[in-house]
Ligand binder design. Structure first.
Ligand SMILES: [Zn+2]
Length: 255
């Protein structure tokens, strides 16, 4: 996959070159050893991804990564995403999920972000820190890889709980620093390079660790930290292109 810097430098040429690259990869990786839960395609393996070129990561058909395929299979196996009529709020919508949710007749879909122009067309403006957030509006709220960018993550989480209908559920993934035992933030760290070194990216304002679920519970969510990949063999983890041990943070609002 290509970095944001390269994408920006290529400008309008990027989508054309990216499509050519995807076509080439689809041909090169044709086969049936791995299966993408998001687009139902099979390949010899998934393409490498990231600066470290990690193997078996990127689907050349729908561009899903490990975490997308894991969550989609989680949706299919453990939630009512196909079986119930759901009003679904999707904050910072992942492109691969956006297109799938849009097509589902049972889903009344609301993709939102504070920067909607950075997301697929149809995404509308919502500031999750807004104080005028309505109550009890959505059956499902998906908010992945957002809180690490927000200084006042407590208000963001509180508003999401407020927006959720009683009995509703959500997925709230964040990157977990597995080398730490506690979440760390320090508002005096503002230098982009220092943030990158300490928090992982220059835009991040903290890293979370294993106490993340406790923070969600302190807001009022019921939280299940589901070690979903533990129910798969190593062969299946390769076949579906998951990260072993990647937990799903499933939250619910009490009825
Ligand atoms: Zn795919």
């Amino acid at each position: 996959m290509i970095s944001t810097k390269v994408k920006e430098s290529l400008g309008p040429l990027f989508p054309i070159l990216n499509n050519i690259r995807l076509l080439y990869l689809k041909f090169k990786l044709r086969g049936n050893k791995v299966y993408c839960a998001c687009c139902k395609s099979t390949f010899k393996e998934f393409a490498p991804f990231g600066n470290d070129r990690r193997q078996n990561a990127w689907c050349p058909n729908c561009e899903s990564l490990e975490r997308h395929r894991l969550l989609w299979m989680y949706f299919e196996k453990k939630t009512n995403i196909y079986t119930h009529n759901l009003k679904l709020l999707h904050i910072a919508p992942e492109t691969v999920f956006f297109h799938k949710f849009k097509k589902q007749k049972n889903i009344d879909y609301y993709p939102v972000d504070i920067f909607p122009h950075l997301y697929p067309k149809g995404t509308t403006y919502l500031d999750i820190l807004d104080h005028e957030i309505p109550d009890d509006s959505f059956d499902v709220i998906i908010c992945n890889h957002v809180f690490q960018y927000i200084e006042d993550d407590k208000t963001a989480m509180t508003n999401i709980l407020k927006l959720m209908k009683p009995g509703g559920w959500g997925i709230m993934q964040v990157p977990i620093n597995t080398k730490a035992t506690e979440t760390f933030e320090d508002s005096s760290i503002t230098d982009p390079l220092e943030r990158e070194k300490i928090f992982g990216l220059k835009e991040h304002v903290r890293y979370y660790s294993y106490d993340y679920a406790d923070k969600l519970r302190s807001i009022g969510f019921d939280v299940t930290v589901d070690d979903f990949t533990a129910s798969f063999t190593d062969e299946e983890i390769f076949k579906y292109g998951f990260f072993k041990g990647d937990a799903v943070y499933f939250v619910q609002k009490k009825s």
